[in-house]
Design a protein around this ligand. Structure first.
Ligand code: NAD
Length: 488
């Protein structure tokens, strides 16, 4: 496993466009990688012993997570504020409440979703019975990112536990305060023989990826996702890769501009733009561009005041390196900055920034921005917007604003993305019945609710044939009569 050269923080150009923290120095002393084979062997033993399979064990783990989130939500919210000034309300809603709802959903439906499901049989397959039984995979590995460190560690963990697996969890080193609190709480609330929480950075993930797991659930950058996929290929380990990408927002000609501006602005600058499904850039017709930009600038003022750098409602950028990377994106973009562009190096706050019509081949438009910068690009018409999206790697999310159903349907049918949300942003992740995941460069595999439980299970088909009668049509010698009967 190799990692790329560490770009220097005083060279924003070098850092621009590379958000993978595979190159980050570890900010927290993690577990000694040399001890990992022993730890993993212990968890494997627990998986092999069968202790994680009974529903009673799974219920206890999910109850443990629910108790943890209910009792210690405030402690986690405070840790999130220490890590990157995450506003209280945002932290409660996106990291605690959202995660609690997900774990409760799994807990409520555990029995129903793990029950064998009967399958219909053709005449030829009768007399017999068939069913699909969700079987635990064994031992899974969860590697999480820093940007929603509670949600993106606990939700995959909960799906894995609900499926009856032993789990090794590696939260992110880049939210060290939250990771430390979360690791302690998980150890307190879960079966420590079957669940190991390992703190540390890429060196710990690298050592973990040397081990043989039955499933790897990775959330993070596309760059590190490739490393994980390569490591998983060695043992043919199934993976879920929840990656990033540039998620477009298309504002059609009949969209309500006030509404589009308000919702896009909210989604882009929530968590200071450090959200995998945030709208990354906006496409709009040239004749509506200025009106839209004006409204976005107004909404930014309403949400964050005239001096956003001192707004308590704006999270900080996670570290100096990302701050430098974002500064780098604001050089040579070829567009016009309508608002923002400034930052505070001490608090690491970066003002919500709107760049109008950057050149499509600038660094700003090359990779996921993952920060509080919103490019607004004018494109001739809806077909040009669709072409623009389709000329680039498939995004994790796509947003379209408009009232005309035909236009919206055209966008949905002619583009490919992990998910779509019409007339709002990011809400496609909320409904429990909707699976969440990427496509192509934005990842593969889906989770949330039942989809997660099934993805972390071996959905094993079982067919049971009646002992009698034993119909002889299929056995040689293959006579004409048998042939005729079978072809009927
Ligand atoms: P990252 O890929 O840098 O790190 C994710 C995890 O991988 C961390 O635990 C980290 O320690 C580990 N890691 C880093 N380098 C590694 C290496 N060389 N080998 C093995 N493991 C390594 O991502 P990040 O900076 O924490 O998060 C930001 C990225 O994650 C963005 O691209 C964002 O879009 C994406 N993301 C995706 C989703 C999703 O659900 N699809 C959610 C959140 C974030």
């Amino acid at each position: 496993m190799t990692s790329t050269q560490e770009p220097t923080t005083d060279d924003p150009g070098a850092a621009a466009g590379d958000i993978a923290s595979g190159t980050h120095p570890s900010t927290h002393d993690g577990v000694d990688p040399a001890t990992i084979p022993g730890i993993v062997a212990g968890v494997r033993q627990a998986a092999d012993s069968g202790r994680t399979r009974p529903l009673q064990w799974r219920r206890r783990q999910l109850d443990g997570l629910i108790t943890m989130l209910r009792r210690s939500g405030d402690e986690l919210v405070e840790a999130l504020a220490r890590d990157f000034a995450k506003p209280r309300l945002e932290a409660h809603y996106t990291d605690i409440r959202f995660t609690l709802d997900e774990v409760r959903l799994l807990r409520r439906n555990l029995e129903r979703w793990t029950r064998p499901r009967r399958a219909k049989l053709r005449l030829l397959d009768q007399p017999g019975k068939a069913w699909v039984v969700p079987e635990p995979l064994g031992m899974s590995l969860v590697i999480a990112p820093w940007n929603y460190p509670v949600q993106l560690t606990v939700s995959p963990l909960a799906a894995s536990l609900a499926a009856g697996n032993a789990v090794v969890v590696k939260p992110s080193e880049l939210a060290p305060e939250t990771t430390a609190v979360l690791a302690r709480l998980l150890r307190e609330h879960l079966d420590s023989e079957a669940v190991a929480v390992l703190e540390g950075g890429p060196e710990v993930s690298t050592a973990l990826l040397e081990e043989d797991f039955d499933h790897i659930f990775f959330t993070g950058s596309t760059t590190v996702g490739r490393i994980v996929a390569q490591a998983a290929a060695r043992n043919l380990t199934p993976t879920i890769l929840e990656l990033g990408g540039k998620s477009p927002a298309i504002v059609t000609d009949d969209a309500d501009l006030d509404l589009a501006a308000k919702r896009i602005t909210w989604g882009r600058f929530l968590n200071a733009g450090q959200t995998c499904i945030a709208p990354d850039y906006v496409l709009v017709s040239p004749h509506r561009r200025d009106q839209l930009v004006e409204r976005i600038v107004d909404v930014i003022r309403t949400h964050y005041g005239t001096n956003p750098l001192s707004s308590p409602d704006l999270a900080a950028v996670v570290n100096e390196r990302h701050l430098a990377r974002l500064r780098g994106l604001l050089t040579d973009h070829g567009g016009v900055i309508a608002t923002g562009g400034n930052h505070d190096a001490v608090t690491r706050r970066f003002a919500p920034t709107v760049v109008v019509d950057p050149t499509p081949d600038s660094a700003l438009m090359a990779d996921e921005i993952f920060g509080p910068i919103l490019p607004v690009l004018s494109v001739e018409d809806l077909d040009a917007a669709i072409r623009f999206v389709n000329d680039r790697p498939k995004p994790l999310a796509l947003y379209v604003f408009g009232e005309d159903e035909t236009g919206i349907d055209r966008v949905v049918a002619r583009t490919s993305s992990g998910g779509v949300c019409v007339n709002h942003v990011m809400f496609q992740v909320a409904p429990p019945e909707l699976p969440f995941g990427g496509v192509g460069n934005s990842g593969w595999g889906r989770y949330h609710g039942r989809a997660g439980l099934e993805a972390l299970s071996n959905m094993k088909p079982v067919y049971k044939r009646a002992v009698k009668p034993d119909i002889s049509l299929i056995y040689p010698p293959y006579t004409r009569l048998k042939e005729r009967l079978l072809s009927m």
